[in-house]
Design a protein around this ligand. Structure first.
Ligand SMILES: C[S@@+](CC[C@H](N)C(=O)[O-])C[C@H]1O[C@@H](n2cnc3c(N)ncnc32)[C@H](O)[C@@H]1O
Ligand SMILES: [Zn+2]
Length: 280
C-alpha cells in the first residue's frame, strides 16, 4: 500500500520519482539522490529549506482535536465522507489524497471503507505524528498545500479536504480525469450555541457560493449534501472543540481552563456541507 502511494510521489526538489528504502531507517530516495528520512513515528517531512510561513497547529491543539474526534462526536461526518468517497475509489489501486489531514481521523474512515491507498499531507508535524500512527499504511507527509504538491499529475482518484486549506489548481493537476474533490465545510449556524462564548468565528452566508466560485476553471460542481449532528458536550469537550479549530491559535490557557469547568452539558448542533467537485 505504502509502495503504491510512493509511486505517485515526486521529489519536491527535482520532481524525480522516489524509491522507498526500508531497513533500520526508512527513507524516500529520489533518482537524483535527494533523501528524506522517516521520522520515528513514520511520517516524512518533505518541507526543505525555510519551511513554511503558516502557523502550524501546536501539540496541544492536536491533542484536543484527537480527544474530541476519538470520542466519536463527529463519527457521522466520517461515515458520510467515507461513503461519498467510496464510489470514485472503486477502481483497483485507487488512490486518495487527504489535504490538511490533521490527525488522520477522516482519512482512516475513507481508507477503511474503500480499501484505497492513501496520502495525507499537513503542515503540522504534531498532527502527522498521530496520523502516521493511525494510518501507517498511508504516506503521511509534512507539506504546505499552497505549494505545488509533491505528486505526479493524474494520479489520485479522490482528494478530500476537511476544514483545511484548498488549492484548486494543484488538486485538479494531481487528480485523474474525472476524479473527485470532496470538500467538507461548516454551514451557517455551525456550533452556534458555543461559538459566541469561545471566540470561534461565525460562519458567514455565501460561503458555498464562494467555494463554488474558487473551483471554476478547474472543477465542475457535482453533488452537495448537508449534514446536521446534534451534540451534547461537557465543559472539557467544549474547550477541546474551541481549541482544535482556527480559534485555537488565539485562545489563552486561562480562557480554556474556564471553559473546561463549565457545569452541566451544552447542547449544540454541528452543521456541515459535503460538496463534491469533478475535474473539468
Ligand atoms: C481545522 S484542522 C482540520 C484537520 C483534519 N482535516 C480534521 O478535520 O480533523 C486544519 C488542518 O489544516 C492544516 N493546515 C493548515 N494550513 C495548512 C497548509 N498550508 N498546508 C497543509 N496543511 C495545513 C493544519 O495543520 C490542520 O491540521
Ligand atoms: Zn530529487
Amino acid at each position: 500500500m505504502l509502495s503504491h502511494a510512493v509511486a505517485a510521489l515526486r521529489c519536491p526538489v527535482c520532481q524525480g520519482t522516489f524509491q522507498l528504502r526500508e531497513g533500520r531507517q526508512r527513507t524516500l530516495a529520489c533518482e537524483a539522490g535527494h533523501l528524506f528520512d522517516a521520522a520515528k513515528q513514520g511520517y516524512f517531512n518533505l518541507l526543505t529549506g525555510k519551511g513554511t510561513v503558516f502557523e502550524a497547529d501546536s501539540a496541544d491543539m492536536v491533542a484536543a482535536r484527537h480527544r474530541f474526534l476519538e470520542a466519536g462526536h463527529y463519527s457521522g461526518l466520517a461515515r458520510a465522507l467515507a461513503q461519498a468517497a467510496a464510489g470514485p475509489l472503486q477502481r483497483p489501486d485507487a488512490l486518495v489524497l487527504d489535504a490538511g489531514t490533521g490527525t488522520g481521523h477522516y482519512l482512516a474512515a475513507v481508507l477503511q471503507m474503500s480499501g484505497a491507498t492513501g496520502i495525507g499531507v499537513d503542515i503540522s508535524k504534531f498532527a502527522l505524528r498521530r496520523a502516521a500512527r493511525l494510518n501507517p499504511q498511508a504516506a503521511n507527509l509534512v507539506w504546505d498545500v499552497w505549494r505545488p504538491l509533491p505528486m505526479a499529475d493524474n494520479t489520485a482518484d479522490v482528494v478530500t479536504v476537511v476544514f483545511a486549506p484548498r488549492h484548486p489548481a494543484e488538486f485538479a493537476r494531481v487528480l485523474r480525469p474525472g476524479g473527485s474533490l470532496i470538500v467538507v465545510t461548516p454551514r451557517p449556524g455551525h456550533l452556534a450555541e458555543i461559538a459566541a462564548r469561545t471566540g470561534m468565528l461565525g460562519i458567514e452566508e455565501g460561503k458555498d457560493e464562494r467555494l463554488a466560485e474558487s473551483m471554476k476553471g478547474y472543477f465542475d460542481s457535482g453533488t452537495s449534501q448537508s449534514l446536521d449532528l446534534p451534540l451534547l458536550l461537557s465543559g472539557q469537550e467544549v474547550a477541546d472543540l474551541a481549541y482544535m479549530g482556527p480559534a485555537g491559535h488565539h485562545l489563552k490557557r486561562g480562557e480554556l481552563a474556564e471553559l473546561a469547568t463549565l457545569e452541566g452539558s451544552v447542547a449544540t448542533t454541528a452543521k456541515f456541507r459535503i460538496s463534491e467537485f469533478v475535474v473539468s
